[in-house]
Ligand binder design. Structure first.
Ligand code: AMP
Ligand code: TRP
Length: 333
C-alpha cells in the first residue's frame, strides 16, 4: 500500500543519536520506498511555544534542515520545508481549535511535563500545541505519521479531531484519520549517564548524549564515560530488563548495525564493557561522523539550505492551500 507520510522535528538545538535512531533514520527508510510520498517539516511554529532566542532559532532551523539532508533525506524525493513558510498551518490550527475539546487537551501528559509545577506561567501555545500538530498532519491528508513513543498521545488527539470534524460537518473521510508509525525496536534511546532517562537535548549534561555534529574525539570520550554496571555483558535478553545501561548500549549497537539485539548479545556475551565500548565507539564514529561532516559542509552554504526549504514550502503550499479552501467551503466561510 502506498503511504502518505508526514512528520516534524522541532528546531530547538542539536539533534542527537536518539533523534537519529528514533526518528530520522526511519524517515529516510520511508522515503526510500518509492511507493511512499513523504513530507518532512522543521516545525518552527512549535518551537516558539517556549522562549527562543531569534538568532538561535534561525540557526537551529538551518541546522535541523542540514541534519535531515545529511542523514539521507533527499529534497528531490521528499518535501522538506519549515512550517512558518506555509500560512495554512496556523490558519487550520485555529479552525481545529474550535473542534478540539478542552477535556481532550487537559489529558495531554507532555503539557503537564513541559509546563511543570507552574502551569499558569506556561504559554497558551504550549497548551494548544497538539492542535497545531493535528493541523500539520491533516492538511496533507497524511495516512501515516512516524513519531517516537512520546508523541503517541498527540497523534491520538489528531485522530479524534479528524473524526469529530468529519462527523460534525457531515463530511465522511474529508480528513484522513492518520495512523502512527512507532518503531518497535529501539524506540527510546536512553541517556548515556542514566539508563532510565531518555536521551534528550534538554539534559544539562553533554555526556548524556551523542550529538549528530560531535567530533570523533567527543564521541569516543562520551562512550568511554558512558555509565555501565559491574557485570560482564549478558548472554540472553531476559537479563537486560534489570540492566538498563547495558540494554541501552547494546540497543544502540544493534540499531546502528541494523541487526537484532539477540545477534548483538551473541556477539558480545561474557565480554566486559571496556572491550564492547571500543567496538561500539568505532561503530558510532563510522555511522555518525559522515553525517556530522556532511552537516558542517551543508551549513557553510546557507543559501542552499534556505532554497531547499523555500522550494519545499512552495510544494507544500500548493497542497495545503487546496485543502484549506475545501475546509473553508465545508465550514461555510
Ligand atoms: P524532539 O527532539 O523531542 O522534538 O524529537 C524529535 C523526534 O525524535 C521525535 O519523533 C521523538 O520521538 C524522537 N526522539 C527524541 N528523543 C529520542 C530518544 N531519546 N529516543 C528515541 N527517539 C527520540
Ligand atoms: N510534536 C512533535 C515533537 O515534539 C513534532 C511535530 C510537530 C510533529 N508536528 C508534527 C511530529 C506532525 C509528527 C507530525 O517531536
Amino acid at each position: 500500500m502506498s503511504k502518505k507520510i508526514f512528520s516534524g522535528v522541532q528546531p530547538t538545538g542539536n539533534l542527537h543519536l536518539g533523534n537519529y535512531l528514533g526518528a530520522i533514520k526511519n524517515f529516510v527508510n520511508l522515503q526510500n520506498n518509492p511507493k511512499n510520498f513523504c513530507i518532512y517539516c522543521v516545525v518552527d511554529l512549535h518551537a516558539i511555544t517556549v522562549k527562543q532566542d531569534p538568532f538561535e532559532l534561525k540557526k537551529n532551523i538551518r541546522e535541523t534542515a542540514a541534519a535531515f539532508i545529511a542523514s539521507g533525506l533527499d529534497y528531490k524525493k521528499s518535501i522538506i520545508f519549515n512550517q512558518s513558510l506555509v500560512p495554512a498551518h496556523t490558519e487550520v490550527s485555529w479552525i481545529l481549535s474550535c473542534v478540539a475539546r478542552m477535556g481532550w487537551l487537559n489529558r495531554m501528559t507532555q503539557f503537564k511535563e513541559k509546563a511543570g509545577k507552574d502551569k499558569e506561567k506556561a504559554s497558551v501555545g504550549l497548551y494548544i500545541y497538539p492542535i497545531l500538530m493535528a493541523a500539520d498532519i491533516l492538511l496533507y491528508d497524511a495516512t501515516h505519521v512516524p513519531v517516537g513513543e512520546d508523541q503517541k498521545q498527540h497523534l491520538e488527539l489528531s485522530r479524534d479531531i479528524a473524526n469529530k470534524f468529519n462527523l460534525e460537518f457531515n463530511s465522511t473521510n474529508f480528513f484522513i484519520v492518520p495512523e502512527p508509525l512507532i518503531q518497535k525496536n529501539f524506540a527510546r534511546i536512553m541517556s548515556l549517564k542514566d539508563g532510565s532517562k531518555k536521551m534528550s537535548k534538554s539534559d544539562p549534561s553533554e555526556l548524556s548524549r551523542i550529538n549528530l555534529n560531535d567530533s570523533s574525539d567527543e564521541i569516543l570520550n562520551k562512550i568511554k564515560k558512558a555509565k555501565t554496571d559491574n557485570e560482564p555483558l549478558p548472554d540472553n535478553e531476559n537479563d537486560l530488563s534489570k540492566r538498563p545501561e547495558a540494554e541501552n548500549l547494546l540497543g544502540i549497537y544493534s540499531s546502528l548495525s541494523d541487526q537484532s539485539i539477540s545477534k548483538t548479545i551473541n556477539e558480545f556475551s561474557g565480554k566486559n564493557f571496556s572491550e564492547f565500548k571500543v567496538m561500539l565507539a568505532d561503530l558510532v564514529v563510522n555511522k555518525i561522523l559522515p553525517i556530522s561532516s556532511e552537516i558542517n559542509k551543508i551549513l557553510k552554504d546557507e543559501k542552499f539550505i534556505d532554497k531547499v526549504l523555500s522550494d519545499g514550502a512552495e510544494k507544500a503550499n500548493e497542497i495545503a492551500s487546496k485543502k484549506i479552501s475545501n475546509i473553508k467551503k465545508i465550514i461555510g466561510f
